[in-house]
Ligand binder design. Structure first.
Ligand code: GLY
Length: 297
């Protein structure tokens, strides 16, 4: 079985000054995730490692790089195991450096699928997750952008497609034939306090050994309306991975005027990365060869 790891660093109009750092960040994340697969590790471990790498990188918004209307960080994350269909998610968490690992703990240590806000933070405390000061999750770049663009409609309708950071994610196929996905985000700039997008919902990502694994990025409300991850997987029953991705994103654009992107891996190891925003940093490793870019594949 050929093992595959694909990551994205968010679909948006990545400005030239952030392009190299974004590509470097996804290349590092893909290599780190792939090293797990190469030594026989699970797809679940690989996607967690890859997403943690991007959560730790200030160029991506999963580092808390988008602020809500109160100027606060609220982070969402999701992880799913394609072998069992088990999944875990956290939404609106603060003071947590790696929400993807907290999402995994929800999956593995509770009988629930999602914990939100205070409850998620209480759970984090109860399992000894390190808390960090929120300010350490906010970049100078985001604080400046947030001050420039202060209302939600600007954040969603204009800023999203031009300047807003968006989401990181990973999908993997391991040597046992299991797939997994993980997604982590700071959400959309100037979102209402308590707003939850697609990323922690079983919709912004999905993994099933029988159909494949997907991680989405883009305008969360649009992704939710068309249940993008499942839409892509259902189209893969008839179409190639690339066609399924393109057709699903086209549908989201036509039906709800939403822009975004996604990465996918099939149970047989076919993979794709594409988007309808200006750019998306992505990287993939297969047979020890690293692929990457800012253009659709
Ligand atoms: N896609 C991330 C969000 O809308 O929150």
């Amino acid at each position: 079985m050929s093992v595959v790891l694909v990551v994205h660093g968010g679909a948006w109009a990545i400005p030239d000054e952030l392009a190299k750092a974004s590509v470097d960040g996804v290349k590092t994340a893909a290599r780190e995730g792939f090293s797990v697969l190469k030594r026989g590790g699970s797809a679940l471990d690989a996607v967690e490692v890859a997403v943690r790498s991007m959560e730790d990188n200030t160029v991506f918004n999963a580092h808390g790089g988008t602020l809500n209307t109160d100027g606060e960080v609220e982070l969402d994350a999701f992880i799913m195991d394609g072998q069992t269909l088990a999944s875990g998610a956290v939404s609106s968490v603060k003071n947590i450096a790696n929400p993807v690992s907290l999402a995994r703990a929800v999956m593995e240590k509770t009988s629930h699928m999602m914990l939100t806000s205070r409850g998620a933070n209480l759970f984090a405390e109860s399992i000894g997750t390190a808390m960090i000061p929120t300010e350490t999750l906010v970049t100078e770049y985001e604080r400046k952008e947030w001050k420039k663009h202060k209302d939600y409609m600007t954040g969603v309708m204009e800023d999203f497609s031009t300047r807003a950071h968006d989401t990181v994610g990973a999908v993997a196929l391991d040597s046992a034939g299991n797939v997994a996905c993980a997604t982590s985000t700071g959400g959309i700039r100037n979102k209402m306090v308590g707003r939850v997008g697609d990323s922690p919902i079983i919709c912004g990502g999905y993994a099933d050994n029988f159909s494949g694994a997907v991680s989405c990025t883009g305008h969360g409300e649009s992704i939710l309306k068309v249940t993008l991850a499942r839409l892509i997987l259902s189209k893969m029953e008839q179409k190639s991975v690339t066609e399924a991705l393109q057709m699903s994103l086209q549908h989201m654009g036509d039906r709800v005027q939403g822009a975004g992107g996604a990465i996918v891996v099939s149970p047989s190891g076919h993979w794709a990365a594409t988007f309808t925003t200006e750019r998306m940093a992505w990287a993939a490793v297969e047979h020890d060869v690293l692929w990457y870019g800012l253009e659709p594949l």
